[in-house]
Design a protein around this ligand. Sequence first.
Ligand code: SF4
Length: 153
Amino acid sequence: MKKILVSECLYGGRAVRYDGKLIPETDPIFLKWKEEGRLIPVCPEVFGGLPTPRIDSQRVGERVVMRDGTDVTKEYRLGAEEALRLALENDVAFAIMKQKSPSCGSKIIYDGTFSGRKVPGQGVAAELLRKHEIKVFGEEDLQEAAEYLASIE
Ligand code: SF4
């Protein structure tokens, strides 16, 4: 059975989001995969050593900065490396990552101005996974991901 890497905030169970909230994914496709034991939860920001809750961060080019100006690029890169390590170790079929996050976003992220504006782009971990040929879907693409899984199993 193929494994799937997922953002831990979608998986649920442990508070890992910057705001400390629990907002687990409840789509039946996702819950079925969870029940089957396919899901490998990862939170790159926690892996990178950041606390929960934490000040929110955004990508600014190749850097990641917190709202207060603290540069957290190193932590984000470290966490992305650990997510990649687990993806490779588990030979995952693909990843389902939380949209808009500076780590996990796969299509849309905030624009780095902390004004609420979003732009096309991807988070640090999603980018690293893709560099290693791992497909990344957002949580809005579960149907497409399920069709892809069916095509390779
Ligand atoms: S880094 Fe990814 S898994 Fe962790 S809270 Fe942010 S979006 Fe969720």
